[in-house]
Ligand binder design. Structure first.
Ligand code: MN3
Length: 200
């Protein structure tokens, strides 16, 4: 069975940028529901419980059509949130000099990366995710709808932001731009760089 991974920090660790109540409901209710739904959907296909989430998504074509997309959506929900919690942390406001040099060479400067990523996150119509991915050894910005994921694909994600309303509505209501702006203060650059240098 799939399990809900614990948050790598306390619910209030990302205050004041992301509030305790949002983190609590987001992790314990939304993320937990994706885990529960996924396990429930696979009740009659227990072999799937032994797979990684990436493999569940890749192998979903073997499942009956009536549950296939639901499995993909819920497995995506689990894997995306596992990744999202890990790329946030308190107190790391900017990348290391080494990674900053890579950002500068590929985007011009850090502000341009932030602007392009923010535009992708703001421009994602409805629910979804914006991503910084490594594609053919180049950093690129992209976005996905709903719980579609970049994890397990050809381009490898190093950073993501959840722009479903449940990620920000309690504190920021409809002001997605304010949430994204605040979120930059809690990006876990140590994790982003670890992912990047493990891929390059
Ligand atoms: Mn979410």
């Amino acid at each position: 069975m799939f399990t809900l991974k614990e948050l790598p920090y306390a619910y209030d660790a990302l205050e004041p940028y992301i509030d305790r109540e949002t983190m609590h409901i987001h992790h314990d209710k939304h993320h937990a529901t994706y885990v529960k739904n996924l396990n429930d959907l696979l009740t009659n296909f227990p072999d799937f419980y032994n797979n990684s989430l990436e493999d569940v998504i890749k192998s979903a074509v073997k499942l009956p059509e009536d549950i296939r997309q639901k499995v993909i959506n819920n497995a995506g929900g689990v894997i995306n949130h596992d990744f999202y919690w890990e790329v946030m942390a308190p107190g790391l406001v900017k990348p290391s000099d080494k990674f900053m040099a890579i950002i500068n060479s590929q985007f011009g400067d850090f502000e341009k990366l932030k602007e392009a990523f923010t535009n992708a996150a703001l421009g994602r119509f409805g629910s979804g995710w914006a991503w910084l991915v490594l594609d053919n050894n180049k950093l690129k910005i992209t976005d996905t709808a709903n719980q579609d994921t970049k994890i397990g694909g050809l381009s490898k994600p190093v950073l993501t932001i959840d722009v479903w309303e449940h990620a920000y509505y309690l504190k920021y209501q409809n002001r997605r731009a304010e949430y994204i702006n605040a979120w930059w203060s809690v990006v876990n650059w140590t994790q982003v760089e670890k992912l990047y240098f493990s891929l390059i």
